[in-house]
Write a protein that binds this ligand. Structure first.
Ligand code: WTA
Length: 639
């Protein structure tokens, strides 16, 4: 099989790249003009590093751009086709969605919510999730969606940080035939949080729930409410949302996105990457609790007036053909998913997708983690039947939208499995060494972004200092992504995994520090370190090492069980390690930094290899001793 695939959709618009290259600022202004503004901005970009102000003074509203502008031509067009794992489904047209959003915006107002207030949304993948987000956007409230797999302690942390006045949740959500009781999780999370005035509970599963004095039922609130709510005319820089994500420090970071710049970025990339047409049926499998869902389930498709599938449940439930049967039934033409999902589908066997009619597919995409070339080829052959381009899109919660991707909507480019191809027009990405010097082709380095881009986070919620330190302190005047990459001789980018202490488990971002502090908070644990090792489905899985306190008498299997439970309870099941090893000592450098590479090598049963390149110049003998000690103590414990 070749390693280069020449496949495009016949679109060729070289002017886009040419314009971006000649003046990236006016290029982005041209893209922004494709949205509906109540009034134009004064200056396209004010760059006061590291703070970028895009389109300041321009007045805009995200829900107006997602819904109102489509009412005349596309009111009766399906916007969201909601499908649940049970087979249940609902279709909401652009008009239906617009009415619900207006009504819910009025509900929020009636509960005292005004511009700038924060609202936490903890809902399963149901249409009321985008409805809640767009209702917030309509009145200028800032939504902060928390993935419905997170535990009460994680939600509490996020609600406390954002000081949300209202939490929107449901009586439950469906997952593998079970009902996940979300309302109970919220009840626990908001205990003693007096600033939370109300909890709005959507009656989704009809599971019996206990109501408290703060609780209001969605159905009751929506009765008799006016379906007209004027959209607020908001400054381009008005915050649209906070989305918490894991970083290298213990606490999750509240990534803050604005309105005009973010919408411009998402609108542009959605069109360029997915070549969206009026009759397309788009299906992105991401949960809205993550950034992919924000940008390419909610804002991107709706800004373009596209029809999309929204799925609630596990992708392989009730059986492993679920995704293919949805694609066949609803004639999906564009499919965007994760390499983890693809590796799982691939393991189930070709006969499953081969027994479905996937002939409407014309474009495929992946996101969230590197895709192995063999999985890429399987996606290309078995799902795309050698006729669909595959876009491998690199970006981050912080970038707001895609930054590196093939763009079949505007150009044809040869695809190389495993490479995201090139940066999108109007962004400036490079790969540098430790000193910030650009590396030569095919050399691994750090991926940085050299100039501001419209989807760029405004800051971290309430913490400009942390924003500066986390992203702008490693290299002068450049955004540090935390990723390794290389650029090949043809200018193609290859993403080579995280360079920092962030793990990507099944495409989800998990901070090692967050997990370690959770493990250490177990009463018998003195110290802990976690690392990721390769896994042929999830990409990476977590291996945890812990040093127990001296006088612990408890059975170590029991402690392990307790730690597993604690992680599920404090963070959520996605952060559960595959293994926990008890050790006497953790390998550290002289400066006290845990040598994760050593841990990884040990967890992988590898030899330590070249240790002379270890960060902060740790002495080889010191490392060797630490390695041997660790190995010995693992063996001892395991015997
Ligand atoms: C990783 C997800 C390789 C990367 C949109 C990045 C990728 C992190 C790719 C951001 C890709 C994302 N190839 N790696 N196509 N896309 N990543 O914030 O490590 O959840 O820094 O955003 O995912 O994860 P986040």
């Amino acid at each position: 099989m070749p390693n280069i695939f020449n496949i495009g959709l016949g679109n060729d618009n070289p002017a886009i790249r040419e314009n971006a290259e000649s003046d990236y600022i006016s290029f982005w202004a041209d893209q922004a003009k494709k949205l509906s503004w109540f009034s134009s901005w004064e200056k396209t970009l004010q760059w006061n590093p590291p703070f970028a102000k895009w389109f300041e003074g321009g007045l805009i509203n995200a829900s107006f751009n997602a819904l109102d502008i489509h009412q005349k031509d596309k009111g009766k067009k399906p916007a969201i086709i909601w499908v649940a794992e049970s087979g249940e489904s609902r279709i909401l047209t652009f008009e239906d969605l617009w009415i619900e959003v207006n009504k819910f915006a009025n509900v929020l107002k009636s509960l005292g919510i005004t511009k700038g207030d924060r609202i936490t949304i903890y809902l399963p993948m149901v249409p009321e999730l985008p409805i809640s987000m767009l209702a917030c956007a309509r009145i200028g409230a800032i939504h902060t969606v928390v993935f419905s797999g997170f535990s009460s302690i994680s939600i509490k942390e996020r609600i406390e940080d954002s000081k949300s006045k209202i939490v929107v949740t449901s009586d439950g959500g469906y997952r593998r035939g079970q009902i996940v009781k979300l309302k109970e999780v919220v009840d626990e999370a908001i205990q003693n949080l007096d600033f939370v005035k109300n909890v709005i509970v959507l009656e989704h599963t009809k599971e019996p729930i206990q109501l408290t004095s703060k609780d209001k039922l969605w159905g009751e609130l929506m009765k008799g409410v006016s379906s007209e709510c004027e959209p607020e005319k908001l400054d381009s820089l008005h915050p649209l949302y906070i989305l918490y994500t894991s970083g290298t420090t213990g606490k999750p970071k509240g990534v803050l996105h604005g309105t005009g710049g973010y919408l411009t970025h998402v609108h542009s990339t959605f069109g360029w990457a997915f070549d969206i047409k009026d009759d397309d049926v788009f299906f992105c499998t991401a949960d809205i609790g993550w950034v992919t869902g924000h940008s390419y389930v909610v804002y991107g498709p709706l800004l373009h007036g596209a029809t999309e599938i929204m799925y609630e449940g596990a992708p392989d439930y009730p059986d492993s053909s679920k995704m293919w049967s949805i694609i066949q039934k609803y004639k999906v033409s564009i499919f965007y998913t994760t390499p983890t999902a693809l590796r799982m589908f691939m393991k189930f066997g070709d006969h499953i997708p081969n027994s479905f009619d996937l002939s409407n597919l014309r474009l495929l995409g992946t996101v969230g983690e590197p895709i192995n070339p063999e999985v890429w080829k399987w996606y290309y052959m078995i799902i795309g039947k050698e006729k669909c381009p595959i876009i491998d899109t690199w970006w981050q919660t912080e970038t707001g939208g895609m930054m590196i991707s093939a763009l079949p909507g505007i150009e044809t480019i040869s695809l190389k499995p495993g490479s995201g191809t090139r940066p999108i027009p109007g962004v400036h990405i490079s790969v540098v060494d430790e000193n910030g010097i650009e590396v030569t082709p095919n050399t691994k380095g750090y991926l940085i972004i050299k100039k501001p881009w419209p989807g760029m986070l405004l800051t971290l919620w309430g913490d400009d200092e942390k924003f500066k330190n986390a992203y702008w302190s490693k290299f002068p005047n450049a955004y540090y992504s935390g990723d390794y990459a290389k650029i090949d001789q043809d200018g193609y980018f290859w993403l080579l995994g995280r360079a920092d202490d962030v793990l990507k488990i099944a495409g989800h971002r998990i901070g090692t520090a967050e997990l370690e502090s959770c493990i250490v908070s177990h009463e018998d644990v003195a110290e802990s370190a976690v690392c990721g090792i390769p896994d042929n489905v999830k990409g990476e899985v977590i291996i945890a090492f812990a040093v127990l306190l001296d006088n612990v008498k408890k059975n170590s299997e029991l402690i392990k069980k307790e730690i597993f439970e604690k992680i599920r309870k404090d963070i959520g099941p996605i952060a559960t390690p595959k293994q926990i090893h008890f050790v006497k000592k953790l390998p550290k450098t002289r400066s006290g930094k845990i040598m994760r590479r050593l841990l990884k090598a040990i967890a992988n049963n590898e030899t330590i290899g070249d240790i002379s390149t270890l960060e902060d110049g740790a002495a080889v003998t010191e490392v060797q001793t630490a390695f041997n000690n660790l190995l010995e103590s693992i063996n001892e414990k395991n015997n």
